[in-house]
Ligand binder design. Structure first.
Ligand SMILES: [Zn+2]
Ligand SMILES: [Zn+2]
Length: 349
């Protein structure tokens, strides 16, 4: 419980590569809100971008708190909150849909016109607003640690990505990028009984993909024709059944389009920098009857499925959380992910 001391330590983003640990007020909560005492916050590629660019066009205008993959203990609840009480171990997704807009009504909550995002996991406390408390705050099962539970948010995005990819048992699934998101794809594609192919430029990332069940590894170093390599793996050189981008690099998106077989599906999952474009060969798209789709974010249903997978031990979480650092070392933790050292760091306030 936050006692008389109304202040807390928090990492504040001031601008590009400028994060300072400061004492700020513990957030006030409204009747439907929960105050969470953060026990673990995980670094993520999005945070790395936010750190390097000094903000996020949609979510974070500096100076601001940030960090969006976190779990902790309920410190205090608003008077209207019935399902949570102080001391409960919980994990929150970083957003919740409005439930009222056109997209929510047709069941496409990841496209909600008014998605409410939470940031501020790199702090001692974070306010969970009523809307997230109601839809996306979940009790952590006893066999799951705080850091493991904090994987729910990125995993939920990938559960969504896999569900949208029509993956059948035995399919070759080419996964471009073996960072945290690509690695989750490898693990989930394997669980579907399909054959993940991991593609990356860094050997240690490929080795992690192997441990998670990748059937083939492609080192995408200079001079390697990745498209050809994928085709060589498949029967009659026809190409992968499904290709996924988990890099957010437009040139890789273009390659992903060329590595699938006729009738294949391409899931362009990794978000690229604003304003970038790709070229699509119209004949390829038409005569090969390709399906090209974008997939973004998660829904409350996928958040629950993700926690279920972690609870059941279906994900080797140890491969995803490779270091633990105190909140004071937040800059060091972010630099680790920028320099591709390890996968995620658990930042402990
Ligand atoms: Zn993230
Ligand atoms: Zn909505």
């Amino acid at each position: 419980m936050p006692g008389k001391n109304k202040k807390m330590k928090a990492a504040i983003l001031y601008g590009p590569q400028d994060v300072r640990l400061e004492e700020i007020d513990i957030p006030e909560i409204g009747p439907g809100d929960v105050l969470l005492k953060v026990k673990a916050a995980l670094t993520c590629g999005t945070d790395a971008k936010v750190f390097l660019r000094g903000g996020h066009p949609r979510m974070i205008k500096p100076p601001a708190v940030f960090g969006h993959e976190f779990s902790g203990e309920v410190a205090r609840v608003g008077r209207a909150v019935k399902d949570f009480h102080p001391g409960m171990r919980v994990v929150a997704a970083n957003s919740a849909p409005c439930g009222k807009c056109f997209f929510c009504k047709i069941g496409r909550q990841s496209l909600c016109d008014n998605l409410l995002y939470i940031n501020g996991g790199y702090a001692e406390y974070v306010r969970i607003p009523e809307r997230v408390t109601r839809q996306n705050l979940l009790e952590i099962p006893q066999n799951v640690s705080f850091a493991q539970a904090a994987l729910v948010e990125p995993l939920a995005c990938v559960v969504h990505g896999v569900e949208e990819s029509n993956i059948e048992p035995g399919n070759w699934v080419a996964i471009n990028g073996a960072g945290p998101i690509g690695l989750f794809f490898v693990a989930l594609v394997k669980l579907k009984g399909a054959r993940p192919v991991a593609i990356d430029v860094l050997p240690e990332r490929l080795q992690r993909a192997r441990k998670l069940g990748a059937e083939a590894l492609i080192d995408a170093g200079p001079g390697v024709d990745v498209v050809e390599k994928v085709k060589e793996l498949t029967e009659e050189g026809r190409g992968a059944d499904v290709a996924i981008d988990a890099t957010g690099v437009p040139e890789v998106w273009e390659k992903a389009l060329r590595m699938v077989r006729k009738g294949g599906l391409v899931n362009l999952f990794g978000g690229c920098a604003p304003g970038t474009k790709i070229e699509v060969d119209t004949a390829l798209l038409h005569y090969s009857e390709l399906t090209i789709k974008g997939v973004y974010h998660h829904t409350p249903g996928y958040v629950r499925q993700a926690l279920g997978l972690i609870r059941e031990g279906k994900i080797d979480t140890g491969l995803f959380i490779t270091k633990e650092l105190p909140l004071e070392k937040i800059t060091e933790a972010l630099k680790l992910i920028i320099n591709h050292q390890g996968v995620k760091t658990a930042v402990i306030p």
